[in-house]
Design a protein around this ligand. Structure first.
Ligand code: HEM
Length: 208
């Protein structure tokens, strides 16, 4: 990559990724405005926002492996933004459920979370994402030090719960949730392999 191209990406990269991340929302607005949500608008909204929540979670997890494989360190700058967009789309997803599915009926929601396993799992993932979003600022990173990294490892569990939520709610065609499960397995498998490689290297250095 030429230095000019790197500089250009540094300048327009973030606004570009930010605008691209808003496209699914713009698309949803378009579907609402043009009355194209289909026979069951709430279900369509719930599915589309759920899909984008999971996609942004996986995109966030893909940043580090892609950076290591390509050597393109500038990618790291987008990780926080992608993670926050995952939180944004999950919040929308939960809002659709809260407002249009349950009409703010808290007792039904509590019963639903307790009774339906896929709601329990999705809700847990959403709640676990909140501390990650809250501590994503530079100030919190500094303040929490090493504990910040420990806390943010929760994102692996959250992604597993997100995939489980999808697998659990699908009744017939498992192809799509299994595809997400496969992508997540590759991303987590790569991290595990990397960790083992680093540990192995350190051990060799200490022995020699
Ligand atoms: C990290 C958290 C979450 C992720 C990644 C996620 C992801 C998804 C995905 C991928 C779908 C299926 C979309 C499709 O069929 O195309 C879905 C559906 C759904 N999710 Fe979530 N979700 C999360 C949290 C939640 C929460 C907190 C709730 C409510 C408490 C919830 C309620 C639902 C409902 C009601 C559906 C539709 C189920 C149906 O078709 O009957 N989700 N979600």
């Amino acid at each position: 990559m030429t230095p000019q191209f790197t500089r250009l990406l540094q300048r327009i990269g973030k606004p570009l990724v930010f605008s691209a991340s808003l496209l699914p929302l713009a698309w949803l607005f378009w579907l609402v405005w043009s009355d194209q949500l289909g026979a069951n608008p709430v279900e369509t909204l719930s599915h589309r926002t759920g899909d984008w929540s999971l996609r942004f979670l996986l995109l966030t997890l893909a940043v580090t492996p892609v950076r290591r494989l390509t050597g393109w360190n500038g990618l790291q700058r987008f990780r926080r933004m992608l993670g926050l967009f995952a939180f944004f789309y999950v919040s929308l997803h939960f809002s659709v459920y809260l407002i249009f599915d349950q009409f703010f009926d808290l007792s039904t929601i509590i019963a639903d979370v307790a009774k339906r396993p896929y709601i329990t799992v999705g809700f847990t993932a959403f709640v676990l994402l909140i501390p990650l979003a809250v501590t994503s600022t530079n100030r919190m990173i500094k303040r929490l030090g090493r504990n910040w990294q420990r806390l943010h490892r929760l994102v692996y569990l959250i992604a597993i719960l997100g995939v489980l939520h999808y697998l659990w709610l699908v009744k017939a065609d498992l192809r799509e949730p299994l595809m997400y499960a496969g992508i997540l397995a590759v991303l987590l498998g790569y991290r595990l392999w990397w960790r083992m490689r680093v540990t192995d290297k350190n051990r060799h250095c200490r022995v020699s």
